[in-house]
Design a protein around this ligand. Structure first.
Ligand SMILES: [Zn+2]
Length: 434
């Protein structure tokens, strides 16, 4: 085992030094790991430099823990590695479930990610007695403190939820997926928002202060609708961002599932949409930097968190307040989030045709000459208008052709976003067979 003893010839380190150094390294490792999770949540590969940074912190932590008067304390190292690895893995499951088809173990752990602190306590107490190593004990104490604080903050946030009746299609779909037994369904899948009192079924709806419901998990794994609270917040967020872009004179249009909802669902969000897609271009004196700066200023005024990644050309607006470092990093532990994704489309020429193209893939969009993904400019610009949630909103010039490029025969509902088992039942619910 690589240890400080072997590197520096240090045989004995006072507990008064080893403990605080180990605790500090654990906190650094925890924060670096949370920071890394933002890539996972955005479906991006983790940059090697960040992975290496986390690995170096992990090795440094184990090296400090290994120090003991009698040589490397391998028992303490093993306990520390399993304990810290287990915590970090469980924390990561909340972000991994935002991706497609995670393993059942990950889904199960993610359901309990908000109260991992309650699991850590007994495990840490057991480990405390196994190894009387000051470094390990400092790590255990630090982890317990962090997890308990997280657990208590989540409980306090959950108290900001508001009970709302569940009815119409939302209730019918849950009844269908639960095969009539909503109580067992809620218990089995840990759907804490479902409140059943007698014959009345309600939903503990999210607010900006509570954090979002884990909508993607509910729609893709359980086959139910995006909760009405989340749909309302998404709709309001979309209209706000679109208003900002209009006032700034930024050319934009509704994209992806949001455009599909406008065209196919009579100006509404799709019942299972868990984000909003808006596309924009840069012309008329705008640059990436000016759009990010001006939009950021306006959204900060509205108390909303915004992030941007120039490389991918994506700006994200979240239905949550910005928080100061390092607490802001802990949003990467949340199971749910409500966001508007603003994606930059560049004006370009491809195979002798004017196109608008984006860096990342989307639906069935074709590759352009530059290796990006795009479609003919004349299908998009100048944008037209349509109605979204009763308000006028910008859409591609030929929304029908645009959607065909994205999704083919978009008139037919696809259930590809859903697990196979629940998708079949959902198909039967939608066709009134259940
Ligand atoms: Zn919600």
């Amino acid at each position: 085992m690589l240890s400080l003893s072997s590197i520096f010839g240090v045989d004995e380190v006072p507990a008064v030094v080893q403990g605080p150094v180990a605790a500090l390294l654990y906190l650094c490792l925890y924060l670096a790991f949370l920071n890394l999770l933002r890539h996972v949540r955005n479906w991006h590969a983790v940059p090697p430099v960040e992975s290496i940074g986390v690995a170096i912190l992990g090795v440094a932590l184990l090296s400090v823990v290994s120090l003991s008067p009698g040589g490397a304390d391998l028992t303490a190292v093993a306990v520390c590695a399993v304990f810290v690895g287990g915590i970090l893995f469980t924390i990561a499951t909340a972000s991994i479930t935002l991706l497609d088809s995670p393993l059942r173990l990950i889904t199960t752990l993610a359901k309990h990610a908000d109260h991992i602190g309650l699991w850590v306590l007994p495990v840490a107490e057991g480990a405390w007695f196994v190894a009387a190593n000051p470094g390990l004990r400092a790590v255990l104490l630090s982890a317990m403190a962090v997890e308990l604080a997280w657990c208590l903050r989540r409980r306090r946030a959950d108290r900001r939820r508001l009970l709302r009746p569940l009815d119409g299609s939302d209730l019918a779909v849950i009844e269908g997926q639960a095969e009539g037994d909503i109580k067992s369904f809620a218990r089995k899948h840990n759907v804490g928002e479902l409140v059943i009192a007698g014959d009345t079924v309600s939903w503990l709806g999210c607010t900006k202060e509570s954090g979002a419901c884990p909508g993607y998990f509910y729609t893709s794994r359980l086959g139910i609708n995006t909760p009405s609270c989340c749909r309302e917040h998404l709709g309001a967020l979309c209209l706000l961002v679109a208003d900002c872009l209009t006032e700034m004179g930024v050319v934009h249009w509704m994209d992806g599932g949001t455009l599909l909802g406008i065209v196919r669902q009579d100006g509404n969000l799709l019942a299972w949409d868990d984000d909003v897609d808006i596309a924009f271009t840069l012309d008329g004196g705008h640059s990436w930097d000016t759009v990010v700066a001006e939009l950021g200023r306006r959204l900060a005024g509205a108390g909303l968190l915004m992030t941007s990644t120039r490389k991918e050309g994506v700006i994200c607006v979240f239905n949550e307040s910005p928080r100061t470092w390092p607490l802001g990093l802990e949003r990467n532990r949340l199971r749910g989030e409500l966001r508007v994704d603003l994606v930059l489309y560049r004006l370009a020429a491809s195979r002798g045709q004017s196109v608008v193209e984006r860096t990342g893939p989307k639906g069935d969009l074709e590759r352009t000459e530059s290796g990006a993904y795009g479609l003919p400019e004349n299908l998009v610009l100048p944008p037209a208008t349509d109605t979204f949630l009763g308000k006028e909103i910008s859409v591609p010039r030929d929304a029908d052709a645009y959607l065909r490029r994205l999704y083919g025969d978009y008139g037919e509902i696809r259930y590809s976003y859903m697990d196979a088992g629940v998708a079949e039942r959902r198909r039967r619910i939608n066709s009134d067979e259940i």
